[in-house]
Design a protein around this ligand. Structure first.
Ligand code: MIC
Length: 576
């Protein structure tokens, strides 16, 4: 067996390992973040849940951090009260992005994690079976129900040789996106193996595993080996380690070999993670912003190498050089090691640990300004600027470009390849979490709901027969960011479905909401779409909000996995 099959077999409750057939999995752990988690908690409330039934469930606050008014902070306190009420761990605002923090504190080889965030697959870097999904599935898993999905094909990625200097983990996943595009791994688990793994740390693997979501993969799986053990030991969790790997003669449904030594710095052009070209194709293009951080490049080395590149230099005035630490611990380590000082001295703008500009919660780029980011996705308008020009690249490329003032191949800057000095003892600080309460303590907790937290709307059953108007026709690869945008003006309504529905298809067809409201809501309407409809984020708001406006059926050439399930979960018929 390959490792993915082993992980599935040990969690299989129903079905068999035949690709394409439905399987039910036992879930050990769940994660949710604030932008999806408020719905999860409202769903737990609707289920009248008494306590969590998983081994471990964690609620993070990492997305909606800017407190322009009461809405986001009300959500944070609601989530704290719900975590206490139901028995979840709570990670406070500023503690960092769910994916890296989960890896640091809770990730465990061999466990099955599902998460209300498409990048949950990042935890596959530790030898976990980690799958992103909609909030309702996380709520049901917390309530002790299995997770249903189709048995994926296993796509073996054999890594041989080693990366050259100035080429890093981000370039590996960008190379896979260059080859297979944003739909190339749908219905698959990407399983990495081979001698090339030995030089990739657990955090390098996180970079690669995280962006499996961009290829449409169900999960990313790495073996648990000595690099995994080194990471867990440094996190003072050496006991959580167990070695895991594919059998020596394991086979895969699909297979490719990647010679790491042949890779070059790559960059995804606006506005799809699949538009990948070598950086050499765009050198000299003007730059407005260079942006470090997010779940896609969250590790100490990603900031440290940028610090080495900009050390003792000054970033040109017109460039916004944004540092978004992914975890508070990493921020503290950068502080103590001096790397943060080098970044700040060069002109960096330091933001709090969290998702921030990755989802358009601040740091929007200027009109026509090219923004080079280490984030995982660059769908149009996601940064908060409607006509944005966001590129995806490695920290090396972002920092080298920041210092040069134009898009630059990091191999051409005139400094020796830096040696990173890692902290001897990484910071491990459980004080930043609220641990689950005892049953006696939980009994006294009530949910703390601010005025913007609105219970889930009542919905009528799907009709047996209907003649419905078609209100919208859209093309291929429509992302959930296009269906229900992110950004500072929309995100604070994540706990308020009636209000957030005002923003459906805002950038794609600003007349849709009005036309849907004017249509007969007792009949509803249809959307026609191309291939890969609903790719990207797991936000179930992209189903619930159009449903609130009367959407009953989507007819598409094909659907992205998570959005298809979200449509089903909320009573919209997805027809292929
Ligand atoms: C994303 O990267 O698109 C997000 C924002 O993390 C989403 C979740 C959300 O929309 O709240 C995701 O990846 O699922």
């Amino acid at each position: 067996m390959n490792l993915s099959q082993k992980l599935i077999a040990t969690h299989l409750l129903e079905g068999s390992l035949i690709p394409g057939t439905e399987i039910a999995l036992r879930v050990d752990q769940t994660l949710s973040q604030d932008a999806t988690g408020t719905l999860v908690m409202l769903e737990l409330e609707a289920l009248q849940l008494d306590r969590i039934h998983t081994e471990l469930s964690v609620q993070y606050v990492d997305h909606n951090l800017i407190q322009e008014d009461y809405k986001n902070p009300d959500d944070h306190l609601f989530l704290l009260s719900a975590s206490k009420r139901f028995g979840l761990w709570y990670s406070r605002p500023g503690n960092g992005v769910s994916h890296i923090v989960h890896m640091q504190y809770f990730g465990k080889p061999g466990k099955c994690l599902i998460g209300a965030d498409s990048h949950t697959c990042a935890a596959g870097c530790l030898g976990m079976l980690a799958i992103g999904c909609g909030g309702l599935e996380v709520a049901l898993a917390i309530a002790g129900k299995p997770f249903y999905t189709n048995m994926p094909k296993i796509f073996g990625i054999q890594l041989i040789n080693q990366l050259a200097n100035w080429v890093s983990a981000k370039d590996i996943i960008l190379e896979l996106l260059r080859r297979y595009n944003v739909f190339g791994a749908r219905g698959c688990i990407l399983e990495y193996y081979g001698p090339g793994l030995s030089a990739l740390s657990a955090m390098d693997r996180h970079v690669i595993a995280n962006m499996g979501a961009e290829l449409g993969a169900t999960a990313s799986v790495f073996p648990a080996d000595e690099n995994t053990q080194a990471f867990l030991t440094a996190q003072q969790r050496g006991d959580d380690y167990q070695p895991l790997s594919a059998d020596p003669e394991a086979s895969y449904d699909r297979q490719v070999t990647l010679d790491l030594n042949t890779l070059v710095p790559l960059i995804a052009l606006p506005s799809s993670p699949g538009n990948v070209v070598p950086v050499t194709d765009v050198i000299g293009w003007p730059l407005y912003q260079a942006y470090l951080g997010s779940s896609a490049n969250p590790g100490f080395r990603d900031y440290a190498i940028a610090a080495c590149i900009v050390k003792n230099k000054i970033i040109p005035t017109q460039i916004s050089f944004d540092i978004n630490p992914a975890s508070r611990n990493t921020l503290e380590e950068l502080l103590h090691s001096g790397y943060l000082g080098a970044l700040l001295h060069a002109g960096a703008r330091l933001h709090q640990a969290g998702c921030n500009g990755c989802i358009g919660m601040g740091q929007a780029p200027a009109t026509n300004g090219n923004s080079l980011r280490t984030v995982p996705r660059n769908f149009k308008g996601r940064s908060g600027t409607a006509d944005d020009r966001v590129f995806l690249c490695s920290p090396e490329t972002a920092a080298a470009s920041a210092i040069s003032g134009v898009i630059t191949d990091p191999r051409t800057i005139n400094i020796p390849y830096p040696m990173i000095h890692f902290p001897k003892y990484p910071i491990v600080d459980w004080a930043m979490f609220e641990a689950p309460l005892t049953p006696e303590q939980r009994a006294h907790i009530t949910l703390q709901k601010g005025p913007n937290i609105v219970s889930l709307p009542e919905q009528s059953a799907l009709m047996d027969h209907a003649a419905l108007p078609i209100l919208l026709k859209v093309t291929n690869n429509i992302s959930t960011d296009a269906i229900l945008p992110a950004g500072l003006h929309v995100l604070p309504y994540r706990s308020n479905i009636p209000k957030i529905s005002d923003f459906c298809f805002e950038h794609l067809d600003s007349t849709y909401v009005l036309r849907a409201r004017q249509a007969d809501s007792t009949i509803g309407h249809v959307i026609i779409a191309g291939d890969n409809y609903g790719q990207g984020s797991s936000r179930e708001h992209a189903a619930l909000a159009p449903r609130y406006l009367g959407l009953r059926i989507v007819i598409a050439l094909s659907f992205a996995r998570i959005h298809w399930q979200n449509l089903v979960n909320h009573g919209i018929l997805p027809l292929t």
